[in-house]
Design a protein around this ligand. Structure first.
Ligand code: MOS
Length: 743
């Protein structure tokens, strides 16, 4: 634990620094992939299928090629060969891609041709001139599809079925029972920056400007697809305008690269907004049945969480919504089961707390219903059923300050004295007022990452890792860890990230990026300091000579004796005397399998919502949201608060706004734009408060980081739905909640 103790003395970790990229972004100087214009650049535009199933029978290639600005049209007939089947997904976290392998159409919005032209306008016109004709086949677009299957795994590898204890007996013995079915919609990624690529080939070397949450994985998959070495691919991804899980490698980006190969010139391809509704994954719809039993004293006797979801016809991602029921409440019997149907849509994928977001809505709503049925306050009920160990796995938690989250959140919100009965509160304008609570949970994950650290004789440092900043502030938080690990002020440190030629930092996903990349940086920095220490303590001319058994710490550019702070030496002096320009080390971090075997590791939180509902119109306004979250060590409280705000706004969006509507006749999304696919705007977002609850976790990883990116969404939507019930007495089990559900 000396490593962790050292950190408290440093300057970097725990400081509420503003984003290093903030000014660049708000002044428009930050350059995103599509801002790149290499010499000779051509523009590519996708033509996409307007049917969801069948084949492309005809494309008017002659008309498109006759356009004066069009250079080439890429179709299955002339698409450059690939070394790997696009349906091969042996690279982790990857999906089957549609890369013009044939004339089949698997979903509406699938790319069917790429038009390459001298201008964006010409490419757009060329794509319109293709005027495709199709042979269409009947489609399936409903969660009620007859062909139901039971999956063996859901999400990224969770079991499709889990049984713990005797659920039927628990339900039979219960005094109170809830049997409720919840529906959550199909949702699409609407990052401000659409998927884009600027691709240039030079022989077999590939240069890419492309937003990605996974530089190394993307490099690996592209290498496999094109039959070249990963090192021959150079990806720059300095700024990412939002990813949400969708920005691993997408098919359209590969089509841009193929287009560049075909024409032998650099090509830019940027998805249009409506083209994001198909080929870049989405969150699948769910129908979740929650059966709960509770004894007369309010103790849960059983939880059965059954999920029906949908995947595509050609791939297998299944929203793992029931996972939250494994961990949140103590019950002697818990079962989670899944079933799914195949729809003629693009493949669903990772999207903002995949599983936990949709699943916690259903669980938290059902828990609220059960609390009321037991005549208990929803907070009291949750404390009554607080899981001291993880119920399904039986493991202790590596740390769990959820009780403190409930207490601190409730105090700040003013929860005490909440009337049990719905429709009990009105404001001065006659609006119905309701208060609701939702519990937040998200696993504390970590992947393998690597970093390199250097200390130079001039007293400056360099830390580099192929990390990704998709807006969450990684570039800032990781630089803080880097500064801390080298005992340098951030102003003396160069921090490089966002490029594929840097050490592999894993993926920015699973809320695990700070733990992964930060963990690697921490190790690399510690190695550098250890080497410098070896040199100093062995040198009779150093004031640190002989400090070996006592140890030294790195602070403000100096090594300082642990026992006697007045005896210290500047890094530069140590290196100069040793005749070294610099010391350099690499560090690797990975999840500790022993910890995962012994402990359940999750971040937690409690979200309190106030809504006001117009009793005549049914219009819902969220007026307050207070979230209290415990996620281990906090690297930068300002950025973490922003992450929680963002999460809570996602939750609000889930509760009241976002929904993609699939036309059952055509399997096309009918609201594939930001006019009709609603996301909250400023006027929808109330006063937000995020409370950072102290939590120390000695087991989760070396830095004690649990991750903060996704947890905020998981408590919030349920809290809002519960508040709507408390305001109106109407239990809406269909999301997003709409006026017609209430009045
Ligand atoms: Mo996330 S859905 O792990 O980017």
């Amino acid at each position: 634990m000396v490593e962790v103790a050292r950190l408290r003395h440093g300057s970097g970790i725990g400081q509420p620094l503003t984003r290093r990229d903030g000014v660049l972004k708000v002044t428009g100087q930050a350059s995103y992939a599509a801002d790149n214009h290499p010499p000779g650049l051509l523009h590519a535009v996708l033509a996409t299928a307007r049917i969801a199933r069948g084949r492309v029978a005809f494309l008017d290639l002659a008309a498109a090629r006759a356009h004066p600005g069009v250079v080439e049209v890429m179709t299955p007939a002339n698409r450059p060969a690939l070394a790997q089947d696009p349906d091969d997904k042996s690279v982790p976290f990857s999906f089957r891609l549609d890369l013009l392998q044939n004339d089949r159409v698997r979903y509406a919005g699938q790319p069917i041709a790429v038009v390459i032209a001298r201008t964006l306008e010409a490419a757009t016109e060329g794509a319109a001139l293709l005027a495709p004709r199709y042979e269409a086949e009947p489609v399936e677009a409903s969660l009620d599809a007859a062909d139901v299957f039971v999956p063996e795994v859901v999400g990224a590898g969770a079991p499709g079925e889990t049984w713990h204890g005797d659920v039927d007996a628990g339900l039979a013995a219960a005094e109170h029972r809830i049997d409720a079915t919840f529906e959550t919609p199909m949702q699409f990624h609407n990052a401000m920056e659409p998927h884009a690529v600027v691709a240039a080939w030079e022989g077999n070397r590939l240069s890419l400007d492309m937003p990605t949450q996974g530089l190394s994985l993307t490099q690996m998959r592209l290498a496999a697809l094109f039959g070249i070495q990963p090192e021959e691919i150079h990806i720059r991804s300095p700024f990412i305008g939002g990813g949400f899980g969708s920005k691993l490698l997408s098919g359209p980006q590969v089509l841009g690269i193929l287009a560049a190969r075909l024409v032998g010139r650099p090509v830019k391809l940027v998805l249009r907004r409506e083209q994001m509704y198909g080929p870049v994954t989405h969150r699948a719809p769910t129908r979740q049945r929650l059966r709960l039993g509770a004894a007369a004293d309010g103790g849960l006797t059983a939880i059965h969480h059954h999920v029906r979801t949908a995947t595509s016809r050609f791939d297998d991602f299944l929203e793992p919504s029931a996972g939250v029921s494994h961990t949140l409440y103590a019950a002697p019997a818990i079962a989670t089961t899944n079933e799914a149907v195949r729809l003629d849509t693009g493949t669903p994928g990772f999207m903002r707390a995949p599983g936990e977001a949709s699943g916690s809505i259903a669980l938290e709503s059902a828990i609220d219903e059960m609390a009321y049925s037991c005549g208990m306050d929803p907070l009291e009920f949750r404390l009554r059923n607080y899981a001291e160990i993880e119920p399904v796995s039986g493991k202790p938690f590596s740390s769990k300050a959820l009780r403190e989250c409930y207490v601190e959140g409730a105090a700040s919100f003013g929860w005490a004295g909440r009337p049990l009965l719905p429709r009990s509160m009105r404001d001065e304008n006659g609006m119905l007022v309701g208060w609701g609570l939702g519990t937040a949970t998200f696993p504390a994950l970590m992947f393998q990452g690597e970093a390199r650290a250097v200390l130079r004789q001039d007293g400056t440092g360099l830390v580099e890792t192929g990390a990704h900043d998709m807006g969450q502030g990684a570039w800032t938080a990781l630089a803080q860890i880097a500064a801390e690990s080298l005992g340098l002020d951030a102003s003396r440190l160069e921090f490089r990230a966002g490029r594929s030629d840097l050490p592999n930092a894993g993926i920015a996903g699973g809320s695990a990026h700070t733990a992964t990349a930060g963990g690697a940086i921490h190790v690399a920095g510690a190695q550098v300091i250890a080497r410098l220490t070896e040199i100093a303590v062995a040198d009779p001319r150093s004031p640190l000579f002989g400090a070996g058994n006592i140890g030294v710490v790195a602070r403000s550019g100096r090594l300082v004796r642990w026992d006697d702070g007045s005896r210290s030496e500047a890094f530069g002096d140590i290196l100069a005397r040793a005749g070294l320009q610099e010391v350099e080390a690499r560090g690797m971090a990975n999840a500790d399998p022993t910890a995962a075997e012994r402990y359940a590791m999750h971040a937690h939180g409690a979200v309190f919502a106030e809504v006001k509902v117009d009793p005549e119109l049914g219009q819902v306004r969220v007026t307050r949201l207070v979230g209290a979250f415990a996620a281990g060590r906090i690297i930068n409280p300002r950025l973490v608060r922003s992450q929680y705000y963002g999460g809570m706004i996602w939750g609000l969006s889930f509760a009241l706004h976002e929904r993609a509507v699939l036309d059952p006749r055509t399997a096309r999304v009918v609201n594939a734009d930001l006019a009709e696919y609603r996301v909250p705007v400023n006027a929808d977002v109330p006063s937000l408060e995020a409370i950072l609850v102290d939590e120390e976790d000695p087991h989760v990883n070396a830095l004690g980081i649990k991750g903060v990116g996704e947890i905020g969404i998981t408590g919030t939507a349920g809290a809002i739905a519960n508040a709507i019930w408390h305001a109106t007495g109407v239990r809406v089990r269909h999301f997003p909640v709409a006026i017609e559900h209430i009045v």
